[in-house]
Design a protein around this ligand. Structure first.
Ligand code: ATP
Ligand code: MG
Length: 342
């Protein structure tokens, strides 16, 4: 059985960017492949403090992250669905070290996300963990022989790094020890998308919406008060073109709103673009999107509230037993390959 795997780092409150870019595709794929794939939806909690966080809040954030997966529609009664915390499967960290030693420093240094995050004025402590995180991510993927990893466009470079590491190790030892994750184009096709998805910041639509962004107005967080979230949409940055068009280069703010509107209502983007073609009132478009966001958040938050901590514990017990078994098997095979075991 093939494995489909994804995770959302538990640092800050996830945004609708995470929801639309990672949760929705994963949940759609989990439905589509309910019987022919293993579906691993994990919480990459060791990735949480590659940038500074409030550690007192981390544990609750992790548990909430799992509630979000369930509330988003993941079928936890499907025996092929596995939810687990990275930190509770020690093989991730051990595999990361081995992969570190098969990753050229130069290649790791090219990661644009590290360049961006390490030069971000808000980031006062640039750790080795931040530099190393794409290699831990490679371990997250390669331990489970995952071929498909639904993720947003910002992660494609890290995916490519994971592919390169897998190919390098396989070639060096002349063995198909790792399944090579599908390349970017194939991933996008598998998700039934034309391009990778990048929801934009509401303040600066040339940038992506990020949960770690300090400006609250730039993002819609999943725990935002629905009415406040609607206000953020109403004050989103647009442009002075004066006509509604889908044009990510010249009208990224408007295009972003059209994208959010389509995805939240589960409609093809082309249909939403057609609805608004030629219209000139940015206010009307914002009101419609604000309504969709408000409606979505109110519903989602109600579903989250209905999931108990006990539900989460049960799901984790099962998921972590499975993950440890699969990951340890792979780790042992790799330890043998590199000469650590007979
Ligand atoms: P951070 O600022 O902490 O890096 P993030 O919002 O980038 O937060 P991640 O935890 O790094 O979130 O990413 C989790 C998943 O969400 C990844 O698959 C990523 O590609 C996806 N994702 C993140 N931001 C967006 C976005 N703006 N649009 C679409 N997908 C996104
Ligand atoms: Mg990110």
């Amino acid at each position: 059985m093939q494995t489909i795997l994804t995770g959302v780092r538990a640092n800050e409150e996830p945004t609708i960017g995470n929801f639309l870019g990672a949760y929705t595709p994963m949940i759609n794929l989990a439905h589509e492949h309910a019987t022919d794939s293993q579906i691993n939806f994990f919480v990459p909690d060791l990735h949480s403090f590659t940038t500074p966080i409030d550690h007192d809040k981390l544990y609750d954030q992790i548990i909430k992250g799992i509630k979000y997966y369930i509330a988003a529609g993941l079928d936890i009664n499907n025996p092929n669905v596995h939810i687990y915390r990275q930190s509770h499967v020690p093989a991730h960290s051990e595999m990361c070290w081995i992969l570190d030693c098969f990753t050229p420093y130069g290649e790791a240094s090219r990661m644009t996300q590290f360049k961006e995050k390490s030069t971000d004025a808000d980031n006062t402590f640039v750790s080795v963990g931040l530099f190393n995180y794409p290699i831990l991510m490679a371990a997250d993927i390669l331990l489970y022989d995952a071929k498909y990893i639904p993720l947003g466009e910002d992660q494609f470079q890290h995916l490519e790094l994971a592919r390169n590491i897998a190919i390098r190790v396989n070639n060096k030892f002349d063995q198909e020890i790792f399944t090579i994750p599908a390349p970017e184009k194939e991933q996008v096709k598998f998700m039934h998308l034309e391009n990778g998805l990048r929801i934009r910041s509401l303040v600066d639509p040339t940038k992506k919406m990020s949960k770690s962004a300090k400006n609250e107005k730039s993002k819609i967080s999943l725990n935002d008060n629905p009415k406040d979230a609607a206000k953020k949409i109403m004050s989103a940055t647009t442009d002075s073109e004066g006509v509604i068009r889908f044009d990510m280069i010249n009208q990224p703010g408007i295009s972003n709103l059209l994208t959010i509107e389509a995805l939240l209502n589960n409609r093809p983007i082309q249909d939403v673009i057609a609805d608004w073609a030629g219209q000139t009132s940015y206010g009307d478009l914002k009101r419609k999107v604000a309504e969709s966001v408000e409606h979505f958040l109110a519903n989602f938050q109600e579903r989250v509230a209905a999931i108990s901590d006990e539900d989460v514990e049960k799901v984790l017990e099962k998921g972590e037993a499975y993950a440890n078994e699969v990951a340890n098997r792979k780790l042992h095979a790799v330890q043998k390959l590199v000469g650590l075991r007979k």
